[in-house]
Design a protein around this ligand. Structure first.
Ligand code: SF4
Ligand code: MG
Length: 333
């Protein structure tokens, strides 16, 4: 396995009227080639901001990346020029967002938008790119692709627009695809089609995927590795089977317990665990989960638990919780 992306100690802050919001707080993880890494957590846990930071799409003000490294092929994306970053975005790392209507240009026909991506990233001529755009529409299951290609984005349903965005992102044949809640707003059938499409392309091109979601069913179905985020930090990171089979962090346990055992996991969203996440503008000392944790001890109130590495038969796991032996302290965090 080759590591394609290494995120190390990433910190992203936002200025707010109430003070500095610690949206991403020393986040570290590796992404291997061909691997799908899930990032799961409640809204506001820092999933999206982590990935926007990787692509340097944090707007200043109010946001700012204040620490860490994002190593892509051994190059720190946080220190390359904006021009280099422009060519990396799209060509090497593509991101698809939850709301595709805001990402597609409303006054340009659908085929043209796909074709422009192909011309830019694959050096195709216009006619060839148009043919390929129509072919892509066919592959992603748009009915009557020749006719539909002439439509504008608003004439497409939400599901079709989402598939167009994914087709565009994948047509650049990126090394890394970041998908931020790619199926959240869609009905179950379209959801399944889109996940199939991502899986297919991923296998075909050995694409690495970062899948941001609050849907544990999507994680179970798509991911190899999982990061669980809480209050801007990764609280647990493990292989998908280890995570679902024996969750270690009390927050992860809470998430998994909220799934009905007999239900259809594929449609389950995260249910709320009692209490609410802490105010990120005013983080108390200690473990950010302690007010909601039924295992909290004295130390949890005063000291932030570091990430420790647990060596297990299935591989490595990291967990940030005082319940676990501290010998394996993570060197990077
Ligand atoms: Fe609970 Fe303490 Fe572990 Fe935090 S560090 S999750 S409060 S036991
Ligand atoms: Mg989000």
């Amino acid at each position: 396995e080759t590591t394609i992306l290494q995120v190390e100690g990433l910190v992203t802050e936002f200025k707010s009227e109430r003070g500095i919001v610690n949206a991403v707080n020393k986040v570290s993880f590796d992404l291997e080639r061909g691997q799908t890494l899930g990032i799961v957590g409640e809204s506001g846990s820092g999933k999206s901001v982590t990935n926007l930071s990787i692509l340097r799409l944090i707007e200043y003000p109010p946001g700012r990346i204040t620490g860490g490294k994002v190593l892509f092929h051994d190059q720190d994306l946080l220190s390359v020029s904006e021009n280099e970053m422009l060519s990396i975005r799209g060509k090497h790392i593509s991101m698809i967002f939850q709301d595709p209507l805001t990402s597609l240009n409303p006054v340009i026909k659908v085929w043209k938008q796909i074709a422009e991506t192909l011309m830019l990233h694959q050096g195709m001529k216009k006619q060839e790119a148009k043919k390929q755009a129509i072919e892509l529409l066919r592959i992603i299951g748009i009915p009557d692709p020749e006719m539909r290609a002439e439509c504008y984005p608003h004439q497409f349903s939400g599901g079709m627009r989402q598939r167009v965005m994914i087709a565009m992102a994948l047509s650049c044949n990126p090394d890394i695809l970041i998908a931020d809640e790619p199926t959240t707003a869609l009905d179950v059938t379209i959801q399944a089609q889109i996940l199939d499409l991502i899986r297919e392309k991923k296998e075909q091109y050995q694409t690495s995927v970062i899948m941001i979601t609050h849907d544990l069913g999507v994680i179970a179905e798509m991911c190899d590795q999982v990061c669980v985020m809480y209050a801007g930090r990764i609280v647990e990171r493990a292989g998908v089977e280890a995570l679902f089979g024996s969750p270690k962090h009390p927050y992860t346990r809470g998430l998994l317990e909220s799934i009905p055992r007999m239900g259809n996991v594929g449609t389950q969203r995260l249910h709320s665990i009692k209490g609410s996440p802490p105010d990120l503008a005013n983080l108390p000392p200690g473990c950010p989960f302690r007010d909601r944790c039924d295992k909290a001890m004295d130390i949890c109130a005063s000291q932030l638990p570091p990430e420790v590495v647990l060596q297990e038969a299935e591989g490595e796991r990291t967990v940030a919780c005082w319940l676990y032996p501290q010998e394996g302290k993570h060197g990077r965090a």
